[in-house]
Design a binder for this molecule. Structure first.
Ligand SMILES: Cc1cc2nc3c(=O)[nH]c(=O)nc-3n(C[C@H](O)[C@H](O)[C@H](O)COP(=O)(O)OP(=O)(O)OC[C@H]3O[C@@H](n4cnc5c(N)ncnc54)[C@H](O)[C@@H]3O)c2cc1C
Length: 347
């Protein structure tokens, strides 16, 4: 960017410019940068977890704007505006964007990205972000950088590949860098005393043949799996949905934990899809992750191995889960879990 600015001057003027050193160039590039962080909402309530896009944007430097759209987003925009260090929140109030359908939301974002001339676009690597950003990247002719866990410079990013078995450092030369970030790698920014300006974005009102029909959400009063500080996950060892509910739910309630599951448990119908932890499910990093009747396949580990303390209950002492566990209990889960639940309740 700095070199471009020099080139746009008349030839005689370029010769008279003092030569910039590397740090001056970095500062100049920093100033020219601006990031649009995409925020999520449901029924007008800001998803506080999505404020991790602000944290990533702060690492990139430069100006930071937030973007939110939906039927009734005024309150959510105000909440996001309280995050310190944010310059502007762009809101688009329209029921067309309430469900985040990529067919309409992507052209909406692209219009606003072009208008704001952003150098970076950041969203969470969530169902919403994964659904939306590839289409945005395609419309901008950028190559998306997915599931980023580290930001080294404004164009160099770290991301796990092969289910977390290798870590790639990638560099992008695209003029707009379209990035999804792994939630567990960037703590969500917290609304404080910030006073970002709230402005209305442009609404291209693109029509689409895609239509939102319905959703079937598992409702639970337990903590949210993606953000809970404790997670208890059950696997195929639970044998049936009845046993999963009978054994795992009282333990979750005694610990105040969210419930997770392996893919085998989900595929067998023991637990809802939204509870799957792993490569093709959610990635979690709670203070405590307790795996019950889970073997510890690599695809499961990809979703929980960054947890602070990993505990496991399994009847097979050679189960791979014990290789990553900080605490292990070898035994029959149908005996050990009810025992543990009683101890937690009484203690
Ligand atoms: C492309 C791809 C993506 C995948 N994505 C995911 C993913 O996101 N998440 C995921 O979890 N998997 C994923 N998988 C599947 C993964 O490979 C494993 O098949 C799955 O994790 C196994 O689940 P499990 O550990 O519950 O079952 P199993 O491997 O069958 O293990 C069951 C365990 O329960 C123990 N057990 C049985 N009975 C008892 C008892 N009474 N008491 C104590 N222990 C007992 C057994 O010793 C065993 O270790 C993916 C696979 C592929 C190919």
């Amino acid at each position: 960017m700095f070199a471009l600015a020099r080139r746009s001057l008349p030839r005689w003027a370029v010769g008279s410019l003092p030569s910039a050193n590397a740090s001056q160039m970095a500062i100049a590039r920093h100033r020219l940068q601006s990031t649009l962080a995409i925020l999520e909402q449901r029924d007008g309530v800001l998803n506080l977890g999505s404020l991790n896009a602000f944290t990533a944007a702060q690492k990139l430097g430069g100006e930071i704007h937030g973007f939110i759209a939906g039927s009734n987003v005024a309150a959510a925009a105000q909440e996001a505006a309280k995050v310190e260090g944010i310059d502007q929140i762009i809101k688009v109030q329209s029921s067309a964007y309430e469900k985040g359908l990529p067919e309409t939301y992507a052209p909406l974002l692209v219009e606003n990205i072009k208008k704001g001339n952003y150098t970076h676009v950041v969203a969470g690597h969530t169902a919403f972000g994964k659904n939306l950003l590839p289409r945005v990247a395609a419309l901008l002719d950028s190559q998306q950088i997915s599931d980023v866990t580290g930001i080294e410079t404004d164009k160099t990013f770290v991301r796990p590949i092969y289910a977390g078995n290798a870590i790639a450092t990638v560099e992008s030369s695209d003029s707009v860098k379209v990035i999804t970030i792994r939630g567990t790698a960037f703590a969500a920014a917290i609304p404080g005393a910030g006073k970002a300006a709230i402005v209305d974005g442009v609404d291209p009102q693109v029509s689409t043949s895609a239509e939102w029909v319905s959703e079937d959400l598992a409702k639970s009063d337990r903590p949210d799996l993606g953000t809970a500080s404790k997670v208890v996950s059950g696997g195929r060892g639970l044998k049936s949905k009845e046993d999963f509910d009978k054994v795992m739910l009282p333990l979750a309630d005694a610990l105040g934990a969210a419930v997770g599951a392996s893919r085998a448990a989900v595929d067998s119908g023991y637990a809802d899809n939204s509870l799957q932890v792993g490569q093709t499910g959610k990635v979690v990093a709670p203070e405590l992750y307790l795996a019950v009747g889970i073997s510890g396949a690599i695809q499961h580990l990809a979703g929980m191995k960054d947890s602070k303390v990993i505990a496991a209950i399994n009847k097979d002492a050679d189960a791979p889960i014990f290789q990553v566990a900080d605490v292990g209990l070898v035994g029959d889960l149908f005996e050990k879990v009810p025992e543990l639940t009683e101890k937690v309740k009484n203690g």
